[in-house]
Design a protein around this ligand. Structure first.
Ligand code: AMP
Length: 443
């Protein structure tokens, strides 16, 4: 089936042809005709499936007739993060270029006055993060009484970020007669409760089982040292050993994002950083550079994990496994998008074993190790010697050097003598996985 069979307008079909899409993705095939019919839709789809176009295209078609009034938007799309909101905005601009509709973006970090001016002109499409929308609403600059189409995107992320009470408040201000579309990558109980509350007789459209990862992503694990400097060295070796077109490196803590970013910059990698404490303008700038291939690597916290549409990311690297297992699905969803192939490599220390089990449980998948799987003993030995190393630190001089040494060629066998000096976190030589002996990760 092609786009012209879905009931979209000629203007939209022409634009899609120009962009170069030939076939609708499964979520588009399922959702577009239902949205055009006026049905509420509960869409369960992970990022990378073409989900944004599945609601953007039919909404553009529906909004072709009619006119916006000042401060009274005709449609409202709520997104959990500024980046995702900005991306949905770009999608409306891209797909709606023949429509001349007014599309407004309300996100934090941008002056209220500028946003008020845009609202005053009237918006056919208003894309917003919940917090900023509530601010405008409470300042009396916005009315939601003429909203005909209400979209909640990435609902499970909204839940994680504590936005549900805001969304409930917002939804009460939108007329009951509206059409509502709710999209979520996963379907925890709380989201089902929301769906029951917000949607009327919805069509359920599901393209991948909740919490599954795309089949096109080659997932691997890399046994890594827990000590920070050595782990960063391990990361650099990994980066050098891969054929990376561009990669996102995820770390759990903003502080670590900064440290990894600085370390990679010092080692002359082409790299940017993205985390929630950065100013909005700096976040946008780094994202643009990464999208425009001016940066090869992006070190990011989970703020970037969801929804960002960066085509052709060849690799996702988890510097550490996420604290919430579901974030793994979203992180690696940055690669292998829309049927392309991708690679996801997670660095795993003995401290991550619980997190790894949680990830494997949620994805119902046992992930392969880059080299042979470390044994339980490897992990317990590492754990014990780590404990010993902490004790030793308080008692006397350090048993190993923190100096980062120049990496050796990966294939060269390292002499046990060299290893003895620094291997404290891995127990005896017998417990060192093969690939570490061969790599320059520990010297
Ligand atoms: P999304 O899941 O909305 O983040 O979309 C993922 C990527 O797929 C985006 O880069 C879209 O431009 C692209 N895309 C969406 N629909 C199609 C399609 N029918 N054919 C090819 N690419 C698509």
């Amino acid at each position: 089936m092609s786009f012209s069979d879905l009931g979209l307008s000629k203007k939209i079909i022409d634009t899609i042809e120009e962009i170069g899409y030939t076939t609708p993705t499964p979520i588009q095939l399922a959702a577009i005709p239902e949205i055009l019919k006026g049905r509420d839709v509960l869409g369960i789809a992970q990022t990378g499936t073409g989900k944004t176009a599945s609601f953007t295209l039919p909404l553009l078609a529906k909004l072709e007739t009619g006119r916006a009034r000042a401060r009274m938007p005709r449609s409202l799309i709520l997104c959990p993060t500024r980046e995702l909101a900005a991306q949905v905005f770009e999608n409306f601009e891209k797909y709606g270029k023949r429509q001349k509709l007014s599309v407004a973006l309300l996100i934090g970090g941008v002056a209220f006055k500028d946003q008020e001016r845009i609202l005053d002109r009237g918006a056919d499409v208003l894309i917003a993060t919940p917090g900023r929308l509530m601010d405008h609403f409470e300042r009396g600059k916005l009315m939601l009484t003429r909203v005909e189409y209400f979209v909640i995107d990435e609902a499970d992320r909204m839940l994680d970020m504590g936005f549900i009470p805001d969304i409930e408040k917002i939804s009460k201000r939108i007329p009951f007669t509206r059409q509502t579309l709710l999209f979520s990558a996963t379907m925890p109980k709380e989201i089902q409760r929301l769906a029951d509350m917000f949607l009327q007789n919805p069509v359920r459209v599901e393209v991948a089982k909740a919490s599954t990862t795309a089949q096109t992503i080659d997932q691997k694990l890399l046994y890594a040292p827990p000590e920070h400097k050595q782990k960063r060295l391990c990361l650099r070796d990994l980066l050098k050993s891969l054929k990376i077109q561009n990669a996102i490196i995820f770390a759990n803590r903003k502080k670590d994002v900064e440290i990894i970013f600085k370390s990679l910059s010092v080692h002359k990698f082409s790299v940017g950083a993205l985390h929630g404490d950065m100013a909005q303008s700096a976040r946008m700038e780094v994202l643009e550079k990464f999208k425009g291939n001016k940066l090869q690597l992006l070190v990011a916290s989970d703020v970037a994990a969801r929804g960002l549409d960066i085509p052709n990311v060849s690799h996702v690297i988890n510097y550490d496994l996420p604290i919430v297992a579901e974030d793994y699905v979203h992180r690696i969803g940055r690669t292998g998008r829309a049927g392309r192939s991708g690679n996801a490599i997670s660095m795993v220390t003995f401290e991550d074993i619980k997190a790894l089990k949680a990830v494997e449980k949620i994805t119902e998948n046992s992930i392969d190790w880059i080299d042979e799987k470390p044994s339980e003993d490897d992990f317990s030995a590492s754990s014990n010697s780590r404990k010993r190393s902490h004790k030793n630190k308080t008692r006397g001089p350090k048993k190993y050097s923190n100096e980062v040494q120049k990496p050796k060629p990966a294939a060269k066998k390292v002499e046990p003598k060299t290893i003895d000096k620094n291997i404290i976190a891995f127990g005896t030589n017998d417990h060192i996985p093969d690939f570490l002996l061969r790599s320059s990760a520990i010297k």
